[in-house]
Design a protein around this ligand. Structure first.
Ligand SMILES: Cc1ncc(COP(=O)(O)O)c(C=O)c1O
Length: 438
């Protein structure tokens, strides 16, 4: 009883602390930053975090279970596996497809994986890390997703998988991808890190692939600080992913559990002696990429806000779009992929060429005015020191990827943006072009 009372007092104090530290934010145009992204939370996240820390369970516990169930409900997928990042999730997703447990269907070194070079490095890194060969297709300005025009002729007998991200919340052409995946019996990993809540043909992204991933880094649709998850309909893949996440062990007991299979000391594996403790039997070459219960407690509170967040992102996108529409002679504005209802991570803009100004000049002007911008991540991965000499194949050319690398940037759509901030930002774009024309 005493313990409960103390816990309640601490939680009450946490609520007051939240109001003191984070309540009543004001915006001063020209002084305060218009961020491209950020954590959006209220006292519930802080209360959960304190509550979880008072449990001092530290590793996966009651909040991890709660968060997992909410994600499974949201996605309508029976297996969601929490991880410590979106990058770890991508690594787990692709590595799972190399497991011996998949028999002849497993990916082996030298197999080709279709992807793009215009995006985030850790969508492609797992391909290289698993000694598979990325095959790069171009991306298109406007949707910033894979150009599927030459997709079919790109497939060779060595092609075994597709791994792609829905660029900044805008789904790629899933009709085209699913057809090729189906016709050539390919594996399909959907990097849904930037697109939680997006829909294609009415269905949520992250539900099309054999495996999909999400990131909960603060810039993303919901946050746990660091964090991510992997989702799959397939129970065998889920078992492999859990094993890879948890050191490669064969045993699937949660932390603190023992002998849930009832056969802990009565099985035989590899060339180990019969009855060797199942807890320490390794059937995968694994990692440790788990999430803590403190992170999950924040994620669980964020899940309640997710539908509102997605809606706010869509509204902010529309407001920015309407505000910049009259500048289309200078700027290529973003376009939703056909059949898609994006869950916008941000607002991508491409500066048209040969109009007397550059992307960098516009971006510099915006940043001087405290409007944060980002490039489309790596631009063209193959131009980076780490990727320049990887074994790869380019299907066609990456001309448009380079064009985007040189001319594209984005501003935020995140739910923390207010109408006032967006009006200020739109005003500054106009100011830039008014000056240019003087
Ligand atoms: C498409 C995509 N995939 C993966 C990641 C990696 O996520 P994390 O930062 O959680 O490792 C990111 C990061 O923003 C991303 O944009």
């Amino acid at each position: 009883m005493k313990e409960r009372n103390i816990r309640n007092s601490i939680i009450e104090l946490t609520r007051s602390f939240f109001q003191e530290k984070f309540g009543n934010k004001t915006f001063s145009p020209g002084k305060d930053a218009v961020h491209y992204a950020g954590r959006v939370f209220d006292e519930k996240e802080l209360v959960n975090l304190v509550d979880a820390s008072l449990d001092f369970w530290l590793t996966a516990g009651r909040y991890s279970q709660e968060f997992t169930e909410k994600l499974e409900d949201f996605l309508g997928i029976p297996n969601v596996i929490l991880t410590n990042s979106g990058s770890s999730s991508n690594l787990l997703a692709l590595t799972a497809l190399t497991s011996k447990k998949l028999g002849a269907r497993r990916l082996i070194p030298g197999d080709e994986v279709i992807t793009v070079a215009g995006g985030f490095p850790s969508t492609v890194a797992p391909i290289v890390q698993n000694r598979l060969i990325p095959v790069f297709l171009d991306i298109e300005p406007g949707t910033y997703n894979i150009d599927v025009t030459h997709l079919r002729e790109t497939v060779t007998p060595k092609t075994k998988a597709v791994m792609l991200a829905h660029t900044l919340g805008n789904p790629f052409n899933l009709n085209a991808i699913m057809e090729v995946v189906h016709d050539h019996d390919l594996w399909f990993v959907e990097d849904n890190c930037d697109a939680l809540g997006a829909r294609y043909n009415g269905n949520l992204t992250g539900t099309f692939g054999h495996i999909s991933t999400v990131s909960f880094y603060p810039a993303h649709h919901i946050t746990t600080g660091e964090g991510g998850c992997v989702a799959t309909q397939d129970d065998l893949l889920a078992q492999i992913i859990r094993s890879l996440r948890d050191w490669g062990r064969d045993c699937y007991c949660e932390g603190g559990e023992n002998n849930t299979c009832g056969k802990r000391f009565s099985q035989q594996f590899g060339t180990l002696p019969p009855g060797y403790d199942h807890k320490y039997v390794y059937s995968e070459i694994g990692y440790n990429l788990k999430m803590t219960d403190m992170q999950a407690s924040v994620g669980s509170a964020q899940m309640e806000k997710l539908p509102g967040f997605i809606e706010a992102r869509r509204q902010n996108f529309t407001r920015i779009y309407d505000g910049l529409k009259d500048l289309e002679r200078y700027l290529i504005l973003p376009v939703a992929t056909e059949n898609a209802d994006p869950s916008w991570f941000s607002f991508l803009i491409t500066v048209r060429e040969n109009l007397g100004f550059t992307r960098n000049e516009l971006v510099e002007f915006l940043n001087l005015n405290h409007i944060e911008t980002r490039n489309l991540f790596a631009g063209n991965l193959l131009r980076h020191p780490a990727f320049i000499d990887i074994e790869h194949r380019i299907a066609g050319s990456l001309e448009k990827t380079d064009f985007i690398m040189n001319n594209t940037f984005f501003v935020g759509t995140y739910p923390g943006l207010t109408g006032e901030m967006i009006a200020y930002m739109v005003g500054k774009f106009h100011e830039f072009f008014d000056r240019l024309n003087k």
